[in-house]
Design a protein around this ligand. Structure first.
Ligand SMILES: Cc1cc2nc3c(=O)[nH]c(=O)nc-3n(C[C@H](O)[C@H](O)[C@H](O)COP(=O)(O)OP(=O)(O)OC[C@H]3O[C@@H](n4cnc5c(N)ncnc54)[C@H](O)[C@@H]3O)c2cc1C
Length: 388
């Protein structure tokens, strides 16, 4: 088992982000949720703290921290607002990380400094209307024409793809030759290409109307004869799918951290409410039906946190972590959904009112069992590791 104890720096960062979440995020979370607006002022505050550069080296404008520390920050933000937590998760883990992991030195120098400073956001365009869990079913194509990639296709549900500060979307595409879009193995050759925003032919369509994550930016994208230089290929040609899957392995730990934050928020809100709400002449928390529910919520959150700490610590120490990341994502997203449902129940009718944060947590929780690999996909990954 890797050592999962936090260092002094990690503890200090966690406390700083918790304070920021309480003082800056909490006062405006309900407003942005209700108005479905992207919280530019909060994002600017996070940028000022260096959060978007947390896991990247200082030489590229980052903070020189690690992925575990980023997860701690995401957990603390999600304790207050999942929308802002997913904005950071997608910005770092999906927007900037593919460039850091697979980019050339030139690409890193061009893109990472402003992504790390939070002046700009990058997005990760893997999912398509007909290809989600089965991302190998990508239909978007990119063909080389005289030193230029010409990209055509569409992407679905892409986070951070349409904000005023979005400057980059990394897309997967079948890199077809004029006559053949399959390599000798008979599988599609999928590559990853950097699309600067704006580029003619690239459109972030109107934002989705979502059940939750109202203050997070999510759009369908269309690409019609989008032309970018051949040098915008990210990583090796034909390795795009594999590279994106490895980015998702890490991303799962970050989503698990987000889910733990939401699950913990539900415990925190429920404890306060169970003490103050009276029924039949005593606080509802004096009934074991309520206090045991909250005890189970706390236990669920603890187990989920332990799972993501383990996966993050394994990743940090260079141990295999894919199975543990899938387990962490699976158990923590289920913990978040269950805790959100129970917290709403504990709040009775008020739990169904948007003035109480648990209503928002309930709406925000379900996507955690879907995004960055559904629960079924996590089970497929775990089963595969067991040789099934
Ligand atoms: C708010 C939001 C933000 C997102 N952000 C991004 C982003 O930034 N970038 C990006 O690329 N994508 C993003 N996504 C897409 C997300 O990752 C996909 O929605 C998810 O992977 C599921 O794909 P799908 O929606 O096509 O569902 P499908 O793959 O069609 O799955 C439908 C159902 O079938 C199940 N299923 C599928 N195959 C199997 C199988 N073999 N065995 C058992 N069950 C199976 C699934 O588990 C699911 O329950 C986002 C989605 C949302 C909703």
């Amino acid at each position: 088992m890797p050592d999962t104890r936090l260092t002094e720096e990690q503890e200090s960062l966690r406390r700083t982000v918790a304070e920021f979440a309480r003082e800056v995020v909490a006062p405006v979370a309900a407003k942005h949720d209700e108005e479905k607006t992207f919280p530019y002022e909060v994002v600017a505050g996070m940028a000022k703290m260096g959060l978007f550069g947390l896991p990247f080296p200082e030489s590229y404008g980052g903070m020189g921290g690690d992925f575990f520390t980023l997860c701690l920050a995401i957990e603390e933000l999600a304790r207050v607002d999942s929308s802002i937590a997913i904005t950071l998760e997608a910005g770092c883990s999906l927007g900037a990380m593919p460039i850091y992991r697979f980019g050339t030195e030139e690409q890193k120098r061009e893109w990472l400094p402003t992504l790390c400073s939070g002046e700009t956001l990058g997005a990760f365009g893997l999912t398509e209307p007909e290809a989600g869990s089965d991302a190998g079913g990508t239909r978007t194509t990119a063909r080389l024409d005289d030193g230029t990639w010409v990209i055509n296709g569409s992407k679905a549900f892409i986070t951070n793809s349409g904000t005023d500060i979005t400057r980059l979307v990394t897309v997967t595409a079948v890199t077809a030759t004029s006559s053949d879009d399959r390599n000798t193995a008979g599988t599609k050759e999928i590559s990853t290409i950097l699309v600067p925003v704006p580029t003619p032919g690239f459109t972030a369509e109107p934002a989705y109307s979502k059940v939750g994550w109202h203050a997070s930016d999510t759009h369908p994208l269309t690409l019609v004869d989008v032309r970018v230089p051949e040098a915008n290929l990210l990583g090796e040609r034909g390795r795009g799918y594999a590279n994106f899957l490895s980015i998702l392995d890490e991303g799962r730990i970050a989503i698990a951290a987000l889910a733990v934050g939401l699950a913990q928020a539900c415990v925190d809100e429920s404890v306060v409410y169970a003490r103050q709400r009276h029924a039949f002449g005593r606080p509802i928390g004096a009934n074991q039906a309520i206090s045991f529910k909250i005890a189970e919520m706390e236990a669920r959150t603890h187990v989920a946190r332990t799972a993501y700490y383990d996966a993050a610590a394994r990743m940090a120490t260079g141990l295999p972590f894919k199975k543990e990341a899938a387990i962490a994502k699976l158990v923590s997203s289920e913990a978040a959904v269950t805790n959100a449902r129970e917290a709403t129940q504990i709040h009775g009718g008020y739990g169904f009112m948007n003035e109480y944060p648990v209503a928002r947590h309930w709406r925000d929780s379900k996507i955690l069992e879907i995004g960055e690999g559904t629960s079924e996909v996590q089970k497929m990954l775990i089963a595969r590791h067991l040789g099934l």
